[in-house]
Design a protein around this ligand. Sequence first.
Ligand code: NOJ
Ligand code: CA
Length: 687
Amino acid sequence: MALCLNMHAGEQVKSPDGRLVVDFDLAKGGIPTYCATFAGEQIVKPSHMGFILADSTKLDRNFAVTATSRGSEDDTWTPVWGENSTIRNHYNSLTVDMAQPRHGIKMNIEFRVYDDGFAFRYIFPEQTRKYLVIDAEKSQFAMADDNTAWWIPGDYDTQEYEYIKSKISEIPAFANTKFQENASATLLDPLGVQTSLMLKTPSGKYLNIHEAKLIDFPAMHLSVDGPALTFTSALTPGIDGHMATIATPFETPWRVVMTGDKATDILATNIIYNLNDPCALDDTSWIHPTKFMGIWWGMITGANSWAYTDAHDFDLATFDYSKAKPNGRHLANNEDVRRYIDFAAENGMDQLLVEGWNIGWEDWFGKGKDYVFDFQTPYPDFDIKALNDYAHSKGIKLMMHHETSGSPANYERFMDDAYDLMNRYGYDAVKSGYVGNILPAGSHHYDQRMVRHYLDAVKRAADKHIMVDAHEAVRPTGLARTYPNLVGNESAMGQEYQHMSMQHCTILPFTRLKGGPMDFTPGIFEMDLDKTAPGNTTDKKATIANQLGLYMTMYSPLQMAADTPENYAKRMDAFQFIKDVPLDWSISKYIDAEPGEFIVVARKDKNSENWYAGGVNAEEPRNVDLALDFLEPGVKYEATIYADGKKADAITNPHDYKISHRKVTAGDTIKLRMARGGGFAIEFKKL
Ligand code: NOJ
Ligand code: CA
């Protein structure tokens, strides 16, 4: 009997533990409709489903159910890297086959209900219509309450925003104020939000709306009907003005609502990965967690340049760099790269990212040019063979950098050659990027064509045993389960924004990280940026202990130590944690958290018996009584505690930290204080 749908013949599917219940029925007029109840509380009110096609065919009504089937699954899989060494995939499912006799179209909806969330997708089986051109998706998420939301605005080209906390009903009021000043924004109109969207109900339950397995389809934003408290899927338009062209048979990405009694349940759920396909690669032995430094922060802060000269507006094809005057700020040069290699190799890094190694950076930005880079020709002061040989002789690798400057066609043109060059010189990881407007004009970063491009780049890289970390690409939706060489993405405001709010890092694990790891670039040790780049007046709003805590709270198999060797050399005792922290875990336990306030997590190293813990904090200084009951009982551990100093404060005293040592057991509690913008990191070495 339907619980939240007031209908006679509905279908119901419950989570394995019975606490999450999803009802489906056709409403009057044959409208596919679902609703959901969690722990006895309605969380999603009756919500409509379907599509509108370009020829005006309405696939959101006039359906008849032709069959229903049920299933369940309970298995455990082993990720190549991750927060846990095994993941349980446990759900009940319902598939409703439907037909729309008038247009001869068949469309099925599959639901999967887990203990920690539910999902649905549309399946177009083999049918007479071979192509469907979609103009709108009409999946609603009608919230039962005016929940608190942590959101960033719906934008077809970037997620690089700070989060806003407001009630759902308040979101539309931001439309004419907040974001208009950003001239390059391609915002949903009227203002909507992006996923993953973090929500909290008035009764204290946590929800999160996202999508999983985004393949061959545009990314989904959510439009907001404030008074009705209803979100509706809003797809990213393609250059032809349509949202998507699909060939039947076709399965859409999953639309997912995560559920939790506690905030930490949302951090812990693996539902997004579970909704993706198992690993598609036969051999994954070449994929490995990677800790790296970079020829990078100097450019981001403004001390150095990607470009070799200060010349502009020349023809790249005929320009003779060997005769050009160097600008003296080009950091990707033989001498500095060697110096960085030495430091990285001596300090346990696996790789050194080098940006600005290839010609074209003089005019890379904002020119709307298709051909900017060939990803193969080094600047005259970067000896690609000698530097790779030198790095290898020291036991590390260089990391490749491909900035596409928003020109996917140009990247596709050179991609195989560029990957071959990597194979030739011994690179096995590439950081790619998509800065600028996507060409041709009118395309968007999150449209169907670009979603195909990003995955194609990952698959072609896998063929050549190359790991990918793509910046400015579409936010991840769990595809790293299937293609674990996708070891990172940016797809959010990262530390390259040198001054973010203190809340930001306490929200990202609830939102951006649900789809996959982020190349956030933690580990800034000199918060007074003027010291790194004279004239840079921004100060980072974080303490040193906060920067260490990020290695624990922002899970990624790819972690940067983003600051410069000079800045680390001043604080080698704190840098020790960055050297020691593992990037791959057998167990992760989220201990306590609240979005926008703080996160505390403990994790067990996959390759040893050691545990690690860490926390990050936003603006309210906070005491943490860390009960060590996650440790193995009866065993002694040597704890090395990296904490905020007594006077630490992200704004007034960011460099105050204290390192202490203690012998502890599972019965102990460590008392910590996280400063404003602070944090902590602890290593527990089994004795
Ligand atoms: C933006 C990326 O996020 C940043 O890390 C990179 O250095 C620049 N693009 C240049 O590619
Ligand atoms: Ca970026």
